[in-house]
Design a protein around this ligand. Structure first.
Ligand SMILES: [Zn+2]
Length: 161
């Protein structure tokens, strides 16, 4: 009896959480990444708290980027001249300002994760922010490359206003 009630309440809570997240525009990144109510892989793979914080902030769209909950404004990217909204996707995968860093790191990632460069933009996006892949396990080297990439462009971005 207790376990049935407990199970029902848990299901209801999870359903409620997903429903609330779905209608929250600022959680668009998380909605894309998270399909089940389980502990996200990146949490156990990043050991440094402030780096884990960078990933968490990007995932819940509460970062230093202009299209972010914390700034409260939806503004174009200050790093390039493309005149597009500075989303997490633009930041990680598109902004030309970070192209050199991106190419260099994506090549390193591809050395240990051979299909990486050929993946779609959205598949890359998911691997970068989840630190896991549905296509196979990520090696420690791949994970280190991804962390270095995101950490370095985030620190570069911090110096731009
Ligand atoms: Zn840009």
């Amino acid at each position: 009896m207790y376990s049935t009630v407990h199970g029902r309440l848990k299901d209801q809570y999870i359903q409620d959480w997903f429903n609330k997240a779905k209608i929250n525009n600022s959680l668009d990144v998380l909605n894309y990444l998270k399909k089940s109510y389980t502990v996200s892989p990146y949490l156990s793979k990043i050991l440094t708290p402030n780096v884990r914080g960078i990933f968490a902030r990007l995932r819940i769209n509460n970062s230093i980027l202009y299209h972010s909950k914390s700034t409260g404004i939806i503004n174009v990217c200050p790093c390039c001249t493309l005149n597009v909204v500075e989303t997490v996707k633009h930041f990680l995968l598109e902004c030309p300002f970070f192209a050199e860093h991106r190419n260099e790191h994506f090549k390193l990632i591809n050395d240990s994760l051979h299909y990486f460069i050929s993946l779609s933009k959205m598949d890359k996006y998911k691997i970068l922010l989840d630190l896991s892949s549905e296509f196979g396990n990520l090696s420690d080297l791949t994970i280190r490359c991804i962390i270095t990439y995101i950490k370095s462009i985030y620190n570069m971005r911090k110096n731009i206003t």
